[in-house]
Design a protein around this ligand. Structure first.
Ligand SMILES: N[C@@H](CCC(=O)N[C@@H](CS)C(=O)NCC(=O)O)C(=O)O
Length: 203
């Protein structure tokens, strides 16, 4: 059986997959490609993910893309970080879809326009709009985390927490005063040894 192969550089959404793989403790091969030099548009990579986005995996011939789906698949396949009930599994999907839809693109837009682009290329308008768009979702998350310690299984870290905390990686570097439950939970998730190993690949 071939080793699982993950495609994408760590300073991208591939961080989410790398964190999951570190949690699983399985051996894997990392193909460190990006959009530079047309890496994500090369004929070889388009055979892995025709959409040309990272992360993507090749698990012994089974090809999968979309960071949230990859992690849900790996948790289920290996029975690790997998909520134990059908309801818990549904909650993990709910939170993963929520993160992808409500905060992923918006967080990237905000950070790109406040910290990543050269100053002359940043748009205050886009940054402000994105920050405003995530305010309500972050309040919702903070409220839910005031009722229970983790998202899908009240007292246990699962793939739901990994997926959402990974999408919110950039919030580790901003002031979360006023959202103490979110701050506590985000720090706890990223304090995990597997999370630290994944972070070390990009920082
Ligand atoms: N919804 C996708 C988004 C994937 C995505 O946009 N990845 C970016 C990197 S963070 C990418 O592939 N950029 C390079 C390209 O599109 O060529 C996921 O969560 O996996």
């Amino acid at each position: 059986m071939a080793r699982l192969r993950v495609y994408g550089y760590a300073r991208s959404r591939t961080l989410r997959t790398l964190w999951m793989l570190e949690e699983l403790g399985l051996p894997y091969d990392h193909v460190d490609l990006s959009s530079q030099n047309d890496g994500t548009r090369s004929p070889d990579f388009l055979k892995i993910n025709p959409a040309g986005h990272i992360p993507a995996i090749d698990d012994d011939g089974f090809k999968l893309s979309e960071s949230m789906a990859i992690n849900l698949y790996l948790a289920k396949k290996h029975g690790k970080l997998q909520p134990p009930t059908a309801q818990g599994e549904a909650k993990a999907m709910q939170w993963s879809f929520w993160a992808a839809h409500e905060v992923d693109r918006q967080v990237v837009q905000w950070i790109v326009n406040t910290a990543i682009l050269p100053i002359e290329q940043r748009s205050t308008r886009l940054a402000f709009a994105a920050r405003e768009e995530i305010e309500w979702p972050l309040q919702v998350l903070n409220g839910e985390l005031g009722k229970q310690q983790y998202l899908a299984d009240p007292n246990t870290f699962t793939v739901a927490d990994l997926n959402v905390a990974a999408v919110l990686y950039r919030l580790l570097f901003v002031d979360l005063a006023g959202k103490p439950n979110l701050e506590r939970w985000l720090n706890a998730c990223w304090e995990r040894p597997a999370a630290k190993r994944a972070r070390a690949m990009r920082e």
